[in-house]
Design a protein around this ligand. Structure first.
Ligand SMILES: [Zn+2]
Length: 114
């Protein structure tokens, strides 16, 4: 199977209600995102999917300059953000395998359903 990877980023605000530390207060991150798409067959151009189409699809689902607490109906941890993005890409009919979201340079989460 071929696994294509597309990276992007977005800026957003959030707060984690009930968190014992400063994450309970409204603050912002530049989230880095990596989406992985898979396929076992190549088209006549030797591609699983055109990268331009995947980049466009990813950019359309990123909640850039939003308050994540307003757009997500769950706690806005990086675990839930990665799954939320995965579900939105899947809903577009894309062969998404996993989504990784980095909240800082050293802390992130990769969601895959398996
Ligand atoms: Zn945070």
């Amino acid at each position: 199977v071929y696994v294509l990877k597309v990276r992007s980023s977005f800026d957003a605000a959030h707060s984690i209600t009930g968190h014992p530390g400063p994450c309970a207060r409204l603050h912002g991150h530049r989230y880095d995102v990596e989406a992985e798409f898979g396929g076992g067959a190549l088209d006549s151009l030797g591609m699983v999917r055109d990268f331009d189409a995947l980049k466009k699809a990813l950019s359309e689902v990123l909640p850039d300059h939003q308050n994540l607490n307003d757009v997500m109906d769950c706690v806005t941890t990086v675990e839930n953000i990665s799954r939320w993005l995965y579900d939105r890409l899947l809903a577009q009919g894309l062969p998404v395998l996993a989504v990784t979201v980095w909240e800082t340079e050293t802390c992130g989460c990769r969601y895959t359903p398996e």
